[in-house]
Write a protein that binds this ligand. Structure first.
Ligand code: AMP
Length: 555
């Protein structure tokens, strides 16, 4: 059984290591030394979670609550604020204050917490609800904080905020498991995607170290979906595979639908449970699919039943935010479901079946539910005609699928290629911004947008823009952004990377101005992607690839 202090010390050490292999080595030794009953939760805590990755975070302890706790313990809040401003990291500031020692600590009789103790305390705090819960939360936290060492206090502060900064990401834990069990990292990634949580995967491997091949999905636990690569044109598609199946690419919400008997759950691509927002889709599934256990995938699209045409993404995103008064919204924004894949049927995982067989099975079980319109062809003119049909319906384009391809969870793979109508928009995360001028002075209008550097986990800026959204959208965005404020420097405010926007632009250019080395020309925000997280944004590596492709096209 490990102490929380041991975890804090290891993470402190890991934070200072730059070399990846050394980091993996140190962390792996620690993970390997954990008992079965603490393994999963320790990994969750290392990542700042108290539940599986896909479960919505319930541990909502605000900075002001943490500060109240620390004030009650006799900490000089002025000094803390200065340190916080200096480091932009409350955890680090708390550590320094603890090291100075002028605080009411339980020095002589301090309780030594195990990792499991802290986890249990956090669960208790999470479950406090209703009147007086804030006061109770403060009391509980005081009780814990006064027993902690500087490293522990820093770790706890970071966990409470869900902002870890130790340089350990899900991918780092994947690398550790790969190292510990001698399994190649591609297999670990797929297993992670199937099982849906890295802590659960660690526990599975602990129990079945030689059995990674037999991992199955768990009904009602979402897995990470397969994603498509981008093709520039049809020649690109046919160079990869021919003939190809082409499906309409609808602009809706990807739905991963699990069913057993009369129970149905719907998850988004980010593994969020949206079942309550779509009782109409649940009913459709129950009325049509007679098999006991299935997992199918499709796109839920807002639909104009008069014109028999899809409505833009903005409409469906209104439905997703609704959990109450649903029946009103079902009428106002009716939807249509188009299925395009089946992953699981009555105990059998179908991911190793060929696409074309999965589509056949889907056809057999679907009842009256629509499948995405599809053609199979090796002729460019036929594909183009189908593309025009899709674009004319205001869809995004087509997805080309290799006929004998497997379903690879969590992977962006070349056996699915998306062909879109315009330059690929980029998904970028907002890391900073500036207050506007004149009419725009009450909201943040100039946004600093960043892509993820896959190698370091850092978010690097690639553009600034104040174009694209309506004033109302900026006002709403500002409200959300301020929840994630890190620090203010004059007119500039820096945010935790949380909110994602889709950005269109004219060109990617090389630029010494940004550390990323790239800049977007004439960038404008196309829409706010509330459905995406900072983990879903485009990477610097992808931007580099697009840049190079774009150059190729110029020649
Ligand atoms: P993107 O968001 O551009 O990476 O495109 C991938 C998304 O397209 C998926 O997550 C689905 O939500 C959506 N999509 C729409 N139609 C299809 C289809 N026929 N096959 C696969 N994905 C589709």
């Amino acid at each position: 059984m490990k102490y929380f202090s041991e975890l804090a010390e290891i993470l402190e050490k890991v934070e200072k290591i730059n070399e990846k292999s050394l980091k993996i080595d140190v962390l792996s030794r620690f993970i390997k030394s954990l008992d079965k009953n603490e393994l999963k939760i320790t990994i969750w805590l290392i990542l700042g979670n108290t539940e599986e990755e896909w479960v919505e975070r319930k541990l909502n302890v605000s900075i002001s609550t943490i500060i109240r706790v620390l004030r009650n313990l006799g900490i000089n809040i002025k000094e803390l604020s200065l340190l916080y401003k200096k480091y932009g990291d409350l955890g680090e500031a708390v550590k320094i204050i603890y090291e100075k020692g002028n605080i009411k600590l339980n020095k002589w009789f301090a309780k030594k917490y195990t990792i499991i103790d802290i986890y249990n305390e956090l669960k208790k705090i999470e479950n406090l609800e209703g009147e007086g819960s804030r006061e109770k939360r403060i009391l509980y936290l005081e009780g814990i904080y006064k027993n902690l060492s500087p490293f522990e206090a820093k770790l706890l502060t970071r966990i409470l905020q869900g902002d870890m900064r130790y340089g350990v990401l899900e991918g780092t834990i994947e690398d550790c498991l790969s190292y510990i069990y001698g399994i190649n990292d591609e297999k670990i990634k797929i297993a992670h995607a199937i099982i849906g949580d890295i802590g659960v995967l660690a526990e599975y491997l602990f129990n079945n170290p030689k059995n990674i091949e037999n991992i199955n999905i768990r009904l009602f636990h979402p897995f990470k979906p397969m994603l498509a690569e981008k093709a520039n044109n049809f020649q690109d598609v046919f160079n990869n595979f021919s003939p190809a199946a082409f499906e309409f690419k609808f602009d809706g919400i990807r739905a991963q639908i699990h069913k057993r008997g009369n129970d149905v759950k719907i998850f988004t691509r980010r593994l969020k449970d949206v079942t309550r927002s779509f009782p109409d889709v649940v009913e459709l599934i129950l009325n049509n699919i007679k098999n006991n256990e299935i997992v199918v995938e499709g796109e839920i699209v807002a639909w104009d039943y008069n014109k028999n045409l899809p409505l833009p993404f903005q409409e469906i995103s209104k439905r997703i935010k609704r959990e109450y008064e649903i029946s009103k919204y079902i009428k106002e924004i009716p939807v249509k479901l188009f299925l395009f894949d089946i992953i699981y049927l009555d105990g059998k995982l179908l991911i190793n079946d060929e696409y074309i067989n999965r589509r056949k099975i889907l056809e057999e079980i679907r009842g009256n539910i629509d499948l995405t319109p599809m053609i199979i062809t090796s002729k460019e003119d036929e594909a183009k005609k189908f593309f025009e049909e899709s674009i004319n319906m205001k869809n995004e384009g087509l997805v080309a699928k290799k006929l004998d391809s497997k379903y690879i969870p969590g992977k962006r793979d070349k056996s699915w290629l998306k062909v879109k109508g315009h330059l690929e928009p980029l998904d970028l995360v907002i890391i900073g911004g500036e207050w506007g001028h004149g009419r725009r002075k009450n909201f943040i209008s100039d946004l600093y947008l960043a892509a993820l550097d896959k190698d370091t986990g850092e978010y690097l800026m690639v553009t600034k823009t104040f174009k694209g959204l309506s004033d109302n959208e900026y006002i709403q965005l500002t409200k959300e952004l301020l929840k994630y404020k890190i620090k203010e420097e004059g007119r500039i405010i820096w945010f935790k990377p949380k909110i994602v926007v889709e950005v269109i632009y004219d060109e990617i250019q090389k630029s010494p101005k940004y550390k990323s080395g790239f800049a977007l020309r004439f960038a404008r925000v196309n829409r706010i992607r509330w459905d995406k997280s900072e983990k879903d944004v485009n990477t610097i590596q992808e931007i580099k690839e697009f840049y190079e492709k774009q150059r190729k096209e110029e020649i």
